[in-house]
Ligand binder design. Structure first.
Ligand code: HEC
Length: 289
């Protein structure tokens, strides 16, 4: 009797598993060709950034170089509105000294007001100001860039992915290897090429890492576009890597603190579990069982 029931349960289980597998298979069949249509976006080149993994931290010198690239090149078109100048001096970031940050802020001009006459006015930025957009508004940004407004870069490494996993592996692999956002930025900046068959499009540039392959951003980097304060040779690859790391920091300025606290919590819980085990052994060791 008991054996029969088990057999029936087993058969039902078997049917459920087959149904799930069939669903998965048909999804793969349906979604496969859909994903393959259109210009294929190239996966970003994987790169071992220092801030990856549970113990990874930012490379201070790299963040400073990345900031220099952003400021001297990208800031001509892109804002960084969720970063305030003072963040550049805070622990876990480029850690510029406060005086430098004050001087940097003063180079920018921001809109403030209204004053007592009811007028808006321009004033030099202060460390507490957000890094402003080089354009007064979205329309001006579009007009100056062939109709495509340069996006704010504060969260770009989170908003973009460098590679795609099959949907059923995605949650685990993303945890282990990330979404490839910083790698995407790095590859994009290094990825300009002549278009296949010499094709050209008015105001657009060919880049296989960009969705659709034609981007309104002209190649922003060329060798020695900046002269690094720390003497590092400014190749396109070096600048692309540094600015990608800097933008990763901009998207998660508290990453180092977060990891530190997380590890402390794990350590604490481990010690606490040991302590409890000890208490349990002491209390129970005389009881016969
Ligand atoms: C001359 C202006 C200009 C400069 C300088 C510039 N960009 Fe851009 N950028 C653009 C424009 C315009 C777009 C929008 C492109 C589009 O949507 O076709 C863009 C888009 C981007 C994107 C988003 C691409 C996407 O997936 O949507 C990233 C990332 C980016 N730029 C990074 C940078 C970095 C980093 C620098 C500095 C090294 C830089 N840009 C310098 C104009 C510029």
């Amino acid at each position: 009797m008991g054996r029969n029931v088990n057999m029936r349960d087993f058969r039902i289980m078997n049917r459920i598993i087959k149904a799930i597998a069939a669903c998965g298979l048909s999804l793969a069949v349906v979604s496969g060709p859909a994903a393959a249509s259109g210009a294929k976006v190239e996966n970003a080149e994987d790169y071992a950034f220092s801030f990856e993994g549970p113990f990874g931290t930012f490379d201070r010198a790299q963040l400073r170089r990345g900031w220099q690239v952003y400021k001297e090149v990208c800031a001509a078109c892109h804002s960084l509105k969720y970063i305030r100048f003072r963040n550049l001096a805070e622990p876990g970031g480029p850690q510029l000294d406060k005086k430098t940050v004050k001087a940097i802020a003063a180079e920018y001009s921001v809109k403030d007001g209204p004053n007592d006459e009811g007028e808006m006015f321009e004033r030099p930025a202060r460390p507490s100001d957000a890094i402003p957009s080089p354009f007064p508004n979205e329309q001006a940004a579009k007009a100056a860039n062939n109709g495509a407004a340069p996006p704010d870069l504060s969260l770009i490494t989170k908003a973009r992915e460098g590679w795609w996993y099959p949907w059923y592996l995605s949650p685990i692999l993303k945890l282990v290897n990330g979404n490839g956002g910083p790698e995407y930025v790095r590859s994009l900046l290094m990825g300009y090429k002549p278009a296949p068959h010499g094709e050209e499009k008015e105001g657009l540039h060919y880049n296989p890492y960009f969705k659709g392959h034609w981007i309104a951003m002209p190649p922003p980097l060329s060798d020695d576009a900046v002269e690094y304060a720390d003497g590092t040779r400014a190749t396109v690859e070096q600048m692309a890597t540094d600015v990608a790391a800097f933008l990763a920091w901009a998207a998660m300025p508290k990453m180092e603190e977060r990891k530190r606290v997380g590890l402390m919590v794990l350590l604490y819980m481990g010690l606490f579990a040991l302590l409890m085990l000890l208490v349990k052994t002491v209390i129970w060791h005389r009881v016969k069982h």
